[in-house]
Design a protein around this ligand. Structure first.
Ligand SMILES: NC(=O)C1=CN([C@@H]2O[C@H](COP(=O)(O)OP(=O)(O)OC[C@H]3O[C@@H](n4cnc5c(N)ncnc54)[C@H](O)[C@@H]3O)[C@@H](O)[C@H]2O)C=CC1
Ligand SMILES: CC(=O)C(=O)O
Ligand SMILES: [Mg+2]
Length: 371
């Protein structure tokens, strides 16, 4: 198969979808790999390194999209890329359709095959292509939160761990999945008082077992959230209903309960955000303030630490990229239930229920497009 890797163009998106090691694995199996010049540069990979393993370098994104049967990307296509995508082309990347009606319609119109990293799912219901980036974003959310709590950038002016004789900060984490677990470990390690909320009691039991003593687990409910936010310094939004819009757990009217300078990091922003007042921001301009509460809502947090994120992401995606390249998407999806669940929009049809529901669009059973 002809595989194309364009350079990412989202704001401060420094990751690349395939490393030279990944290109090597594909070439070794007889596939042709085209990489846009400079695509790996910000992750530390030169054009020369791709060439050494037999990949070919192309000058522009258009050339890559024109020639490739499968495009492997990191972030969802953005407007300049919509028209580059061809009918029947397989596009394997994060899409997060439930957070963008415009993207959903653009991909329906493209007639391409959109296989979304974030909904590829293992039989145990884990999300293998989201996990590595959730690990990164979870850890980063505490770093970012700590930074924006500083007074000169409008935070409360509190150190997460306090110092001897002074209380540590209170950190509230909504959602005890991958992002939430990694955020809790980091915040606890810095010495903060951490409250971790989830709606799953089995999950809370498990977390209670593995977390250090300065992490308390609490059932997530509107009432409990209101009690907590009155004393929170940093709030991290980390909930997920796979493929669907995130539930709004903190509404606009709840901001009045918070201290001025509280920081809210909405990691779930890529699924629309779990705070009513969240709107996507960029690494260039990551925060804004509403009612004295600092909001950080960057939708591609891992893009800022590409040396870690590119390798973590491609470790997880490569086995699936190989299956798709070896077998084509239809056969690969028939043989792998994991990949089948990644199909979101195929040849103009929405085949993922959460996406159809998010935008009130007709839903087509995925079996219909596999035939
Ligand atoms: N902004 C960014 O750069 C990035 C964003 N993400 C996003 O972070 C979000 C979380 O991802 P993961 O941790 O991997 O998901 P996960 O599926 O591992 O965890 C989500 C957790 O939320 C819980 N939950 C659902 N509804 C809840 C509620 N009402 N209250 C409390 N908990 C609730 C679930 O029980 C589950 O434990 C996703 O939207 C993901 O796309 C992930 C990586 C990067
Ligand atoms: C998960 C995601 O949206 C990201 O890594 O950018
Ligand atoms: Mg207030």
């Amino acid at each position: 198969m002809i595989v194309g890797v364009p350079k990412e163009i989202k704001n401060n998106e420094n990751r690349v979808a395939l490393t030279p090691a990944g290109a090597d694995e594909l070439v070794e199996r007889g596939h042709t790999v085209y990489v846009q010049t400079g695509a790996g540069e910000n992750s530390g990979f030169t054009d020369e390194e791709y060439k050494e393993v037999g990949a070919e370098i192309l000058a522009t994104a258009k050339e890559v999209f024109d020639i490739a049967e499968m495009i492997v990307k990191v972030k969802e296509p953005i407007e300049q890329e919509y028209d580059l995508i061809k009918p029947n082309q397989l596009v394997f990347t994060y899409f997060h359709f439930a957070s963008s009606e415009e993207l959903t319609h653009a991909m329906i119109k493209s007639n391409a095959v959109c296989l979304a990293y974030e909904t590829v799912e293992r039989p145990d219901r884990s999300l293998p292509l989201l996990i590595p980036m959730s690990e990164v974003a979870g850890r980063m959310s505490v770093q970012q939160g700590a930074k924006y709590l500083e007074k000169p950038i409008k935070g409360r002016g509190i150190l997460l761990g306090g110092v001897p004789g002074v209380k540590a900060a209170n950190v509230l984490i909504l959602g005890g999945g991958i992002v939430g677990t990694h955020a809790a470990k980091m915040a606890a390690g810095l010495g903060a008082n951490v409250t971790l909320m989830d709606i799953s009691l089995p999950r809370l039991r498990q977390l209670d077992d593995i977390m250090p003593a300065n992490v308390t687990t609490v059932m997530s409910s509107r009432y409990n959230i209101i009690q907590e936010i009155k004393q929170s310094d940093l709030i991290i939004g980390a909930v997920l209903i796979p493929g669907a819009k995130a539930p709004k757990l903190i509404t606009r009217d709840m901001l009045k309960y918070m201290h001025a300078g509280t920081v809210m990091v909405d990691v779930a922003i890529d699924q629309g955000g779990c705070f009513e007042t969240s709107r996507p921001t960029t690494h260039e301009n990551p925060t804004y303030i509403i009612d004295d509460v600092v909001h950080y809502c960057v939708a591609n947090m891992p893009g800022a630490v590409p040396y870690t994120s590119t390798v973590a992401l491609t470790n997880a995606t490569l086995p699936y990229v190989i299956q798709l390249a070896n077998n084509g998407w239809r056969k690969a999806c028939k043989e792998s239930k994991d990949l089948l669940l990644g199909l979101n929009v195929v040849n103009g049809k929405v085949v993922y229920k959460g996406v159809a529901e998010a935008w009130n669009l007709p839903y087509t059973e995925v079996s219909e497009v596999l035939a």
